[in-house]
Design a protein around this ligand. Structure first.
Ligand SMILES: [Zn+2]
Length: 616
């Protein structure tokens, strides 16, 4: 076992009870810290003398550059939030400013150089190394004459030793090594401020950040001090509305988080406030369990694990809704921060769905219409300022219901008489689908499409897409006429098994498309008008008749609509006998047109386009 000594530079000594006794590892690291205060050696000593402080360091350098000793070098101090590191490191607290970048006086820095030289000399070290890289540093096995610098921020949610010192650690390593007479500074000892370790140049206006650690402190104000909220962000994507000295204000109003440490936070893109308002970072409460997946299960998952969980749910949704699974999964990730947002955690609301959405009603909503989760959210005034308001959001029993409601919204939301997201159903190109969502007004962010696409590409989310069901039939050059009004002002489209069986009613809709979707989800049901006439699917009785197919590759499907699977067969050119007619969607927009069942039993073909078929 090595023989441990103490520095002769010590000007003041007050040993702290806060240590673990003799260290179990030889000294081969030095960890400099920032005190966050321009204190005296005595003041620091008094602080560490209290057992309630539960912290200590081997040395402190006070505001005048005086060295205090609080834990002898032979003992393990309680300093870097890491047992492994403290067992092998000499820890040094340095007086600093109380705010970012926690600058230190020159006297402090000069003493730090001297103290490091002294420590290295006494343990036979010729080089002080700074790699500016956590993984490399912690995995590095120093030669017997090498000492490695490590920093507190690698082990805990801290900015310690502050950016002022962090940016000088290469300089510190070089100067100490030079005074040790070591052979140069080694390949990395002289490295200047590493760009990779520090986030700079934040976007103007609100922007997203991805928090990479589970326990990033949320503070009441922009800086370290006695201002902990006791809350953490958890991993996920969050929105920052204001930056001050490297600290970012969370949009939720929960507080401030430190942004400059690239090990904890990666800076995302500028966002529009309108669609992001549901995202918040307040602490979670447990939600009661239901039969489906609970968003609380995402709480401790890594991003990759969350993707694996959400992907299959998005696939299942695509089979019902026709919306690409990759798009649903990407929106889930973006809107809920991998399922970790407050709304997701507390209400299984993974898409920020408000209680009321622009007065729209739509079919197939899985929301019960009454369960809400109320929370504070920030909204932007017309003058660009933010105001915190209380808003009601939908609460769902499970994640599946949240996904289903979101899809029902995308399929059913109207803008006047037009579907807001027309073309989304059955769209098989995620880039196109993302653009349709953006164009429909889902998000005003200029980078929304790009954000969705980059998430899809990053996680290869197209692996979850259902390919075989998505194909629309031959290109629709000619729109079919729909006799059924798209939206009713009077009366209802009712979905029932039979008109004289009101008890079988699945719903009553103003929007025909919503009623049609309801029928598609309930085989055997029909849409009835107020007079009890079936308006969908219409089966006519002028069969059989012959049609001439004009193209080589007319899809044959298992049912009357592009929402039904293709059989993989085509009719080719020729004359065919139709034995049954029905109306069903003929394009990915849900336009309804005529379909005919082939006498051969092969399936259904679309008769809606004169370019492809004609009566023979
Ligand atoms: Zn520290």
């Amino acid at each position: 076992m090595a023989t441990y000594t103490n520095s002769s530079l010590v000007a003041y000594k007050k040993l702290s009870p806060n240590h673990s006794g003799q260290r179990t590892h030889a000294i081969d690291r030095i960890s400099p810290h920032c005190i966050v205060g321009q204190c005296t050696a005595e003041g620091l000593g008094d602080w560490f003398a209290k057992s309630s402080t539960q912290a200590s360091s081997n040395y402190g350098i006070d505001k005048d550059g005086r060295v205090g000793m609080y834990v002898e070098e032979k003992n393990r101090s309680w300093c870097t939030s890491s047992n492994a590191n403290d067992q092998r490191a000499i820890t040094i607290e340095c007086a600093s400013d109380t705010t970012h970048p926690y600058a230190m006086r020159d006297a402090v820095y000069q003493t730090l150089i001297k103290l490091c030289v002294d420590i290295c000399k006494r343990y036979g070290k010729k080089k002080l190394l700074w790699f500016a890289d956590k993984t490399k540093s912690l995995n590095y096995t120093p030669a017997s004459d090498e000492m490695v610098i490590t920093v507190h921020r690698w082990f805990a949610n801290k900015s310690c030793p502050g950016d002022w010192l962090y940016s000088r650690l290469g300089d510190l390593a070089a100067k100490v090594t030079a005074q040790l007479g070591g052979s140069g500074t080694g390949s990395t000892a002289g490295t200047a401020t590493p760009a990779t370790g520090t986030n700079k140049n934040f976007p103007e206006g609100p922007f997203t950040v991805t928090v990479l650690i589970d326990d990033l402190n949320i503070r009441k104000s922009a800086g370290i001090g006695d201002n902990l909220t006791g809350k953490y962000t958890g991993k996920g994507v969050f929105t920052i509305t204001e930056v001050r000295n490297g600290w970012g204000k969370l949009k939720s109003g929960a507080g401030w988080i430190y942004l400059e440490n690239a090990s904890y936070v990666s800076i995302g893109k500028q966002v529009s406030p309108q669609k992001e308002e549901a995202k918040t970072e307040e602490p979670k409460e447990e939600v009661k369990t239901a039969s489906g997946l609970q968003a609380t299960e995402f709480k401790n998952l890594s991003e990759a694990e969350a993707v694996k969980k959400i992907g299959p749910l998005a696939t299942a949704d695509q089979k019902k809704s026709g919306i690409l699974a990759s798009i649903t999964a990407a929106q889930f990730i973006l809107e809920s921060g991998y399922g970790k947002s407050e709304l997701a955690q507390n209400a299984n609301n993974c898409f920020g769905m408000k209680k009321s959405l622009s007065g729209n009603t739509w079919a197939g909503s899985s929301w019960d219409g009454k369960s809400i989760y109320t929370k504070k959210t920030q909204e932007q005034n017309t003058d660009g300022s933010y105001v915190t308001i209380t808003a009601d959001f939908r609460k769902y029993p499970c994640v599946e219901d949240s996904i289903a409601d979101h899809s029902a919204y995308l399929l059913g939301a109207m803008n006047g008489k037009a579907q807001r997201y027309a073309g989304l159903k059955g769209c098989t190109d995620y880039k196109k689908a993302a653009q349709l969502i953006k164009d429909g007004g889902y998000a005003t962010s200029l980078t929304y499409v790009q954000n969705l696409c980059s998430i899809i590409e990053r996680w290869n989310l197209t692996q979850y897409d259902v390919k075989e069901e998505a194909a629309a039939p031959a290109p629709a050059k000619e729109e079919t006429k729909t006799e059924t009004p798209a939206t009713l002002t009077d009366g209802w489209y009712r979905v029932r098994l039979a008109w004289d069986n009101p008890g079988s009613q699945k719903g009553a809709f103003k929007v025909f498309e919503n009623a049609r979707v309801c029928v598609e989800q309930n085989p055997g049901y029909s849409v009835f008008d107020d007079n009890g006439n079936v308006v969908y699917p219409i089966r006519t009785s002028n069969v059989p008749y012959k049609v001439r197919v004009k193209i080589d590759d007319l899809n044959i499907r298992t049912g009357a609509g592009v929402n039904h699977k293709t059989t993989g067969e085509y009719t080719k050119k020729g004359v065919f006998t139709i034995v049954e007619e029905a109306r069903g969607p003929v394009d990915s927009k849900g336009t309804v047109g005529l379909w005919g069942r082939l006498k051969s039993g092969a399936g259904w073909i679309c008769l809606a386009f004169s370019a492809y078929t004609e009566k023979a």
